[in-house]
Write a protein that binds this ligand. Structure first.
Ligand SMILES: NC(=O)c1ccc[n+]([C@@H]2O[C@H](COP(=O)([O-])OP(=O)(O)OC[C@H]3O[C@@H](n4cnc5c(N)ncnc54)[C@H](OP(=O)(O)O)[C@@H]3O)[C@@H](O)[C@H]2O)c1
Length: 306
């Protein structure tokens, strides 16, 4: 993506460890990058870094104050949308399409754990909607424009997934987990993150040869607002003497890297653990039939059939 930068060799780079060419040194002038979940944590840090490299950044957040604050601080444009609402996602897509003729990178980063089982106004379990269905809808609504843009130069769609995907289990007949164990929301969260990886592979297959590249990545264990209100995180923080996980800057580095390097060195559809391609996944991540069926189901639920 960055002008005048050579390819980056990611071989041997461990999770959370920047490859030789440190992310953050590209000239991204002229590039437009949309980052959801940019009001906090990993997304805020990635937005800050990408804006500092010259990109026009669209920061998307749920909390209006936090989102406009960060946008003002880094010279970006703020967009507010709650992913618990498909109507909000549709308004967001319209606003982005009106504002930008060209989008170079769409980073679907918003998400998190929802502790209590609850439904959105659209009737879906909140974790599955905010982490999988709403980013799916946003991507679908932007896709015709992204396909046009990709005819001129490559476009990237990046999903912030999680190593937790290995504990997820996609049941198409019970995507919402109404009839499945809850365990404080962790299983729904891990399932949604597995869906991010499955969907990234399906998106790569559907956009093959179009100039669109789709990637998913695990940011590492990052100290952010993620799951901060859960007993597990409170215990882990106490055990770590108040320190828990890497900084948001370290967690954002793989996202900044994927958004800015000229070539990722890996085929579209790749899931990275930090900077390392082909991170460990649930066996379901390699099932193309499941991926195609999840895509159709997500289209039906979000009303985004094309
Ligand atoms: N932290 C980790 O260890 C870790 C590990 C693996 C994956 N991840 C993933 O990394 C991504 C970023 O998380 P983070 O660690 O930076 O946590 P964070 O600080 O809580 O940031 C999450 C961002 O997503 C936004 N968001 C959450 N639910 C939303 C909704 N319903 N609608 C719109 N926006 C919503 C939040 O908005 P508000 O500011 O309004 O809350 C915030 O901007 C998430 O997808 C998370 O699942 C994190």
């Amino acid at each position: 993506m960055g002008e005048g930068e050579g390819d980056v060799d990611v071989e041997g780079a461990g999770a959370g460890e920047a490859p030789g060419d440190i992310a953050g040194t590209h000239d991204l002038a002229g590039k437009t990058i949309v980052i959801t979940g940019a009001s906090s944590g990993i997304g805020r840090s990635a937005a800050t870094s990408l804006a500092a490299q010259g990109a026009e950044v669209a920061v998307v957040g749920r909390n209006e104050q936090r989102t406009t604050d960060i946008a003002r601080r880094i010279g970006a444009t703020a967009f507010v949308a709650d992913f618990d609402s498909f109507a909000d996602v549709r308004r967001l897509a319209d606003a982005l399409l009106n504002r930008y003729e060209r989008i170079d990178v769409l980073a679907n980063n918003a998400g998190g754990l929802v502790k209590k089982r609850a439904l959105t106004e659209d009737g879906n379990e909140r974790t599955i909607q905010s982490n999988h269905l709403s980013p799916f809808l946003l991507t679908s609504l932007l896709l015709p424009r992204l396909r046009e843009n990709a005819k001129e130069s490559p476009v990237r769609i990046i999903a912030t997934a999680s190593a937790g995907n290995r504990f997820g289990r996609i049941r198409l007949a019970d995507l919402d987990r109404r009839n499945s164990a809850w365990l404080g929301g962790w299983l729904a969260y891990c399932t949604a993150k597995l869906a991010n990886i499955v969907n990234t592979r399906e998106l790569a297959a559907r956009t093959e040869g179009s100039g669109i590249e789709a990637y998913a990545f695990h940011p590492g264990f990052v100290a952010s607002s993620f799951a901060a209100d859960t007993g597990l995180m409170r215990v882990a923080t106490l055990a770590g003497n108040g320190h828990l996980g890497a900084s948001p800057e370290v967690g954002a580095a793989p996202l900044v890297h994927l958004a800015s390097v000229e070539s990722t060195g890996s085929p579209s559809g790749t899931y990275f653990d930090g900077f390392t391609p082909n991170g460990r996944t649930s066996p379901q991540a390699g099932d193309p039939t499941l991926a195609a069926r999840l895509w159709s189901l997500s289209e039906r639920i979000t009303g985004s059939e094309q």
